[in-house]
Write a protein that binds this ligand. Structure first.
Ligand code: ASP
Length: 436
């Protein structure tokens, strides 16, 4: 695979993984795949997660300490939050438009609904109870959650990414405020650390084509009931159509505001998108998203080191769009009428729910429960609805995660552009020291 661009290598890995997985389901090789193939994918995801926290720490400290003055940080911060909220609201609005036009709920007969929700009822109730604990929280709890009481505890869990970001920003700003002769060695250390961690990303990416092969192959062998995909096809296609529209909007914005054409942008950023698709986790993809945006799209680290880790946790355009479609779809099939006010409730709650969703597989579905509860959907309809969409959640999760990372990258470019921090990309060839 010597000269082939990385994204092609990954695509080939995915296609071969799909074919291999299919063959395994035909010859009864599911256990073989689980024992011998799946672990390769798992190791890869573990490696990516392993470097997520060191990468955030090193690059955010470097990013902030490179800033000449703190007021710039305030501008970057405010614009980031504003653009994240705007892109989320746009995504939800698109979701609502598409689902109201297509009306996928009409394709589900009561018998089919009973059958599917019977099969997945138990799994759905796990999701619903996880949502219960997330919903019973005070209005300021999210702020409390952001401030860790112990750095090491926060840094030892990828789920506490916002806490780590809080500490690092605090640390970075303090570093800017001390005398240069005192800050110099600290800054030099983190600059060096940053390079080391980025090199680790490069090394891990050497494994990407094989790892996605393993991830896709094991996913295919785990599909238990392919007929459901056909039954829920109209719903799934509605979500996908919304996501495709969202991509088109990003591409137009990127062309108009940054000047990168779609082919250029996709050829540079697609390795991150393909990994998002294969792993269903924006958190696991974060190291690659950062590497791609900085080295291949020319965003200055001062911007990307803040915008991207925050985005991975709070900005999920694909997830919020999916939540809007799924919420309306469930209301349609369970015969729960939605007025205009309810659609506005969806915009508000789905925005908050996508902020609250963890950047891991399946998180969006847990938060969907909160959206449905806010609409006042009765408990039993809620259980049926979640069970109904459960079977197709994983493939949709893969697709929405692609949009989640693309949204983060788009916002990082827009913010960078607005503060003059985007320049000609200078890729350090990711495998330049390792021969062909
Ligand atoms: N898997 C998504 C992500 O990590 C979250 C979700 O929609 O479930 O971005």
């Amino acid at each position: 695979m010597g000269k082939l661009a990385l994204h092609w290598q990954i695509i080939i890995g995915m296609v071969l993984g799909g074919i291999f997985g299919y063959i395994m389901t035909q010859i009864g090789g599911e256990n073989f795949t689980a024992d011998w193939i799946k672990p390769i994918g798992k190791i890869f995801i573990n490696l990516l997660k392993l470097i997520a926290i060191p990468l955030i720490v090193a690059s955010l400290i470097k990013g902030i300490s490179d800033l000449q003055d703190i007021s710039k940080f305030k501008t970057i911060g405010l614009r980031t939050i504003l653009l994240y909220i705007m892109s989320t609201v746009i995504a939800i609005t698109i979701g609502l438009l598409v689902v109201n036009i297509v009306n996928p709920g009409s394709s589900i007969s009561p018998e089919l609904m009973a059958e599917i929700s019977g099969t997945y009822g138990e799994k759905a109730s796990v999701k619903i109870s996880s949502a219960g604990s997330a919903a019973n929280r005070g209005p300021l709890q999210f702020l409390v959650d952001m401030v860790p009481d112990n750095f090491f505890k926060a840094a030892s869990s990828n789920g506490s990414m916002l806490q780590v970001i809080f500490f690092v920003i605090f640390f970075g700003i303090s570093l800017l405020l001390i005398k240069p002769e005192q800050s110099r060695p600290v800054k030099a250390f983190f600059d060096g650390l940053n390079e080391v961690v980025l090199k680790m990303v490069d090394l891990i990416m050497l494994m990407a084509p094989i790892a996605v092969f393993a991830l896709i192959a094991s996913l295919i062998t785990e599909i238990s009931n392919p007929e459901i995909f056909v039954a829920l096809g109209k719903y799934a296609l509605t979500v996908v159509a919304g996501l495709v529209i969202m991509v088109a909007i990003y591409l137009i914005i990127i062309k108009v505001r940054i000047g990168y054409g779609p082919v250029f942008f996709l050829s540079k950023f697609s390795p991150a998108q393909l990994l998002a698709f294969s792993t269903s986790s924006s958190a696991a993809t974060l190291p690659v998203t950062m590497e791609r945006v900085e080295e291949h799209l020319g965003v200055d680290q001062e911007v990307s080191s803040f915008v991207l880790p925050v985005g991975a946790t709070v900005n999920m355009d694909g997830t919020s769009l999916y939540q809007a479609v799924a919420a309306v779809f469930i209301c349609q099939v369970t015969g729960f009428e939605l007025g205009l006010g309810d659609q506005l409730t969806i915009i508000l709650t789905a925005t908050l729910a996508s902020i609250g969703s963890a950047a891991v597989p399946g998180a969006g579905m847990i938060m969907l429960v909160i959206v449905l509860e806010a609409l006042g959907l009765p408990a039993e309809s809620l259980a049926i609805g979640i069970a109904l969409i459960f079977a197709v959640d994983r493939p949709l999760d893969m697709c929405r995660t692609v949009i989640n990372v693309t949204g983060d990258a788009t916002v990082s470019m827009l913010v960078a552009k607005s503060v003059g921090k985007i320049s000609e990309p200078t890729p350090k060839n990711w495998d330049d020291h390792y021969g062909k």
